[in-house]
Ligand binder design. Structure first.
Ligand code: NI
Length: 210
């Protein structure tokens, strides 16, 4: 299988409502999924949706985030919002997790609570910004062996799934931002934070790149 070029914001395919997959167990879909996983790995991302390689079908892949700890003190909670930072060891932890393949996914929000987290996107390279997402969701879908997937998740896991499924509905994360003025270049923020002057620290670009 082959890593494909990841298309970027401006390509009309990213704006389309992707089509349902009629035969999730077909060889054609297995080949598509293999290409998606290779493309995600080559781009060093933690998730990818089929439209990002130019195929307007309802399939996503992502590195399954590990379960959050049962109990967490304040410090853990602070860390939980920043698992995807470039150079952050937790990003490597996520990338080492098994990959979830989800065909024809559906999301059900479990309550109205949302939280802000910094996201990036392989189709919007170099940029990042804070995006509100539902904290707790249930998602369902089909795997490539025809198995039904049904999970209730929260936090970063819920965020990844919402980001990927948005791609199937033609939505890129900047369209979800409440304050577009906070869209920023990742490397510019890193440069600012290298200058060790009081009050110049900017929130690190910590979100998923997916
Ligand atoms: Ni994305």
């Amino acid at each position: 299988m082959t890593a494909q070029r990841i298309i970027r914001m401006g390509n009309p395919i990213l704006e389309q409502l992707a089509d349902e997959i009629l035969d999730p167990e077909s060889d054609e879909i297995k080949a598509l999924i293999a290409d998606m996983i290779d493309s995600m790995h080559e781009a060093d991302g933690v998730g990818l949706a089929a439209p990002q390689i130019g195929v307007s079908l309802r399939a996503v892949v992502f590195c399954t985030p590990p379960e959050p700890p049962e109990t967490s003190d304040q410090e853990d909670e602070e860390e939980e919002g920043s698992p995807g930072a470039p150079g952050d060891p937790r990003r490597d932890v996520i990338r080492a997790q098994p990959i979830t393949i989800l065909i024809n996914p559906e999301i059900e929000t479990l309550d109205e609570e949302m939280e802000l987290g910094i996201e990036g996107c392989l189709s919007v390279p170099g940029l990042c910004g804070p995006v509100p997402r539902y904290l707790r969701i249930r998602y369902t879908g089909i795997g490539t062996d025809g198995e039904r997937i049904d999970r209730t998740v929260e936090g970063f896991h819920a965020r990844v799934v919402q980001h990927e499924c948005d791609h199937l509905d033609g939505i890129l994360y900047p369209m979800r931002m409440e304050d577009i003025s906070r869209l920023a270049y990742v490397d510019e923020i890193q440069l600012i934070n290298e200058v060790d002057i009081e009050d110049t620290k900017v929130e690190q670009p910590q979100g998923l790149e997916a």
